[in-house]
Ligand binder design. Structure first.
Ligand SMILES: CC(C)(COP(=O)(O)OP(=O)(O)OC[C@H]1O[C@@H](n2cnc3c(N)ncnc32)[C@H](O)[C@@H]1OP(=O)(O)O)[C@@H](O)C(=O)NCCC(=O)NCCS
Length: 292
């Protein structure tokens, strides 16, 4: 994921159509304040897994892990080292020459007070503990870092006046990939986002990280957001190494972050027979006819 873009100022208002009535300044401020209130409440939750027992363990295809939570300003030295190392192993390739700069930024992001974590711990030798889940405990014990096999770093924040959950990192060791755990963790992230009244999940992916791009867009149905450089300004975006992806949970947020749906609905209202035309292949026929 790309650190530099997350809080960047490529604002949507520059690129939006002017058809909708512009909100007043006080409306924008009110919305922003409400979003900040939700972000602050979500950030103050100590254990995001506390009433999500179904997500505490993942047992599948011989993989047995348990999850725990944490925050950036409470990481022990061995956990910090583990995170730095896994990031380097997984991300040096996709970032290429940008890696040294990116690594520095990530080291700072990693320990920020706003950083929230889901830790993935190898649970293969601890089947008994499943029967008495350690509810409410937050990850901080140094010795546990030896069992780490991956992590998610996320934050609650305001983007385009919307409260959102931003996934900064989703990193698994190579040996535990392809067993559905990534899917499971993103499901958990979406549950946490909804439970805390966030309007969307947003994340950044390196274009060179084809596997992750496939995972998010094809499998999890994330959209390239309209705040992604490739959609804000395609001529600039084509030289940028990342995309911003999102999954919005309601119509208004989809309009702001994805826009496709908004356009689709507008087209649908203008041409109510369009779905039937598409099913019957009439659109293609018509285009073909126009060309001739
Ligand atoms: C990306 C990542 C988190 C995916 O986690 P994972 O546990 O390997 O993925 P899953 O096993 O849950 O796969 C879920 C689905 O995505 C698909 N998928 C996963 N990796 C894929 C790949 N490399 N290419 C194509 N599809 C892939 C799988 O086919 C699977 O679909 P299925 O259920 O229909 O079979 C993990 O591979 C990883 O940590 N990679 C390195 C770090 C990284 O790139 N992180 C993302 C940074 S933005």
């Amino acid at each position: 994921m790309d650190s530099k873009k997350r809080s960047q100022t490529l604002t949507l208002s520059d690129t939006k159509t002017k058809k909708k009535k512009k909100p007043t300044r006080s409306e924008i401020l009110r919305k922003k304040r409400a979003a900040e209130g939700l972000v602050s409440a979500a950030s103050s939750v100590v254990d995001h897994l506390s009433d999500l027992d179904a997500f505490r363990y993942y047992d599948h295809e011989g993989l047995s892990v348990r999850l725990d939570c944490g925050r950036g300003d409470r990481l022990s030295a061995p956990v910090k080292r583990y995170i730095q190392n896994l990031l380097k192993v997984n991300m040096e390739g996709p970032f290429g020459p940008e890696w040294p700069t990116e690594e520095k930024a990530k080291r700072q992001e990693m320990v920020a007070p706003e950083a929230r974590y889901i830790f993935v711990l190898d649970d293969s030798g601890q089947s008994m503990s499943k029967k008495s889940p350690d509810v409410g405990r937050c990850y901080r014990h140094e010795e546990d870092s030896l069992n780490l096999v991956g992590f998610v770093h996320f934050r609650f924040m305001v983007e385009e006046e919307l409260p959102i959950l931003y996934v900064y990192e989703l990193q698994l060791e190579a040996r535990i990939r392809g067993k559905g755990l990534g899917n499971f963790l993103m499901e958990l992230i979406e549950v946490i986002a909804k439970k805390n009244h966030m309007n969307a999940v947003v994340l950044t992916v390196q274009k060179a990280n084809h596997a992750a791009m496939e995972f998010y867009t094809r499998k999890l149905r994330y959209e390239v957001s309209i705040i992604s450089p490739s959609r804000v300004e395609p001529s600039v975006g084509k030289n940028v190494s990342y995309e911003i992806l999102c999954k919005a949970f309601d119509l208004e947020s989809r309009e702001v972050l994805e826009e496709n749906l908004h356009l689709f609905i507008m087209v649908l209202f203008s041409y109510p027979t369009l779905p039937f035309m598409l099913i019957n292949g009439q659109c293609c026929g018509q285009r073909g006819h126009e060309k001739t």
